[in-house]
Design a protein around this ligand. Structure first.
Ligand SMILES: C=C(OP(=O)(O)O)C(=O)O
Ligand SMILES: [Mg+2]
Length: 400
């Protein structure tokens, strides 16, 4: 029996030290699941709404919890429909997407617990667990995740030739360490940003050199192909009034930005470019994808916000060839699955992603395996990041 008997909610710390929502779901037969909401810093304009943790908890206790009692935890759509019904808005602004996503994930885990199956198998079925995503590892970063560092938000190691997920995870950690060596050799001090990437006070051009060198060194060491990619988080660089992308004292028009990114793809053989353009500019996304989409992934994060309607607009426009999936951007696992399925039906690659504010929750590692995602973006070092990476290693080792 997987009927939900209780849902409890509490405030816990996230990796930035901010309060976030944790949910516990219990079922009639003693199944237990716990989920915690992550939180973004460079959030997209069209994301579901996160409320202050205390307010979200109070609203969810009043409106959602009574509706969830008696619902089958194993029927994820019923759980998520109950959450949507309790909220009554399109963007979870009534109870908060933070409580919604924490409950949605906790219910899935409670159902898996009742079944005695790993979460990825409950979500993805019996034939999942053979394919693993390539982890994209943030090794240098700035933007909204670290002040006085690069304008580009994330430089991401992409160990595309790794023979196993474990070797890929360790390769990314080695690139992270090699970046520290290269920075040290150049006499550049570096703190870390929100996701554990190095946040050196250097130009974007210098960061490309540093990451390229670090990747080369580790590639020589491990003997398989490692490339790198970017999350430009360009909506954060875009100034609506100036109609330009602002890089400190320099600005670029949309055409110049397309030219710049296309040049970077070729110069550095980039495997992946996320949000290279503003979240409202489908047309520019389409132009860039037309130019370089045959040799790199152009991924929409703030552009699509895990939302099937925005993704469909992108598919119609030819904008991008991949989508970032962040369950808290949309509020439930069912909605996240719908976005993955629409993407897959249209030949878009999927990249399951963490947020810059994270917890020890490992749901996204299971989600990536369950959905057969090509990639996962979940950092490189730091406890809240390694929680997901180590879970992937355990799933591959059949040890969850
Ligand atoms: C993980 C990201 O950052 P945030 O969680 O701050 O949106 C991102 O932009 O992809
Ligand atoms: Mg992003």
């Amino acid at each position: 029996m997987t009927r939900i008997t209780s849902v409890s909610l509490r405030r816990v710390l996230d990796s930035r030290g901010n309060p976030t929502v944790e949910a516990d779901v219990l079922t009639e037969s003693g199944g237990f699941g716990r989920g915690a909401a992550p939180s973004g810093a460079s959030t997209g304009e069209y994301e579901a709404i996160e409320l202050p943790a205390s307010e979200s908890i109070a609203k969810a206790r009043e409106h959602a919890v009574p509706r969830l009692e008696g619902v089958y935890a194993g029927d994820q759509r019923a759980v998520d429909n109950a959450l949507r019904g309790a909220d009554g808005t399109d963007d979870f602004s009534a109870i908060g997407a933070n409580s919604a996503v924490a409950i949605s994930m906790a219910a899935a885990k409670a159902a898996a617990d009742v079944l005695g199956a790993p979460l990825y198998q409950h979500l993805g079925g019996a034939f999942r667990g053979e394919n693993f995503p390539i982890p994209l590892g943030n090794v240098v970063g700035g933007g909204e995740h670290a002040k006085e560092a690069t304008h580009i938000q994330e430089f991401l190691a992409a160990p595309v030739g790794a023979p196993s997920v474990s070797e890929a995870v360790f390769a990314n950690a080695a690139v992270h360490a090699a970046v520290a060596d290269v920075l040290d050799e150049r006499g550049v001090p570096a703190a870390k940003g929100d996701e554990g990437a190095w946040a050196p006070p250097i130009s974007d051009a210098d960061a490309f050199e540093v990451v390229d060198e670090a990747v080369d060194r580790v590639e020589d060491e491990v003997g398989f192909e490692i490339r790198f990619g970017l999350d430009m988080a360009a909506a954060e660089l875009y100034d609506d009034d100036a109609e330009a992308y602002v890089y400190g004292d320099e600005t670029k028009s949309a055409d110049e930005q397309i030219e710049y990114v296309a040049g970077l793809v070729d110069e550095y053989d980039l495997a992946y470019v996320e949000d290279p353009l503003d979240e409202n500019d489908y047309e520019a996304f389409a132009e860039l994808t037309d130019r370089v989409g045959d040799r790199t992934l152009i991924c929409g994060d703030d552009l699509f916000v895990t939302n099937v309607e925005r993704l469909q607009d992108g598919i119609d426009a030819g904008a991008a060839n991949s989508i970032l999936i962040k369950p808290n951007q949309i509020g439930t696992l069912s909605d996240a699955f719908d976005a993955v399925e629409l993407a897959a039906r249209n030949g878009y690659e999927t990249v399951i992603s963490h947020r810059s504010g994270e917890t020890e929750d490992t749901t996204i590692a299971h989600l990536a395996v369950a959905t057969d995602a090509g990639y996962i973006k979940t950092g490189t070092v730091g406890g809240e990041r390694t929680a997901k990476l180590n879970e992937l290693v355990r799933i591959a080792d059949d040890a969850v």
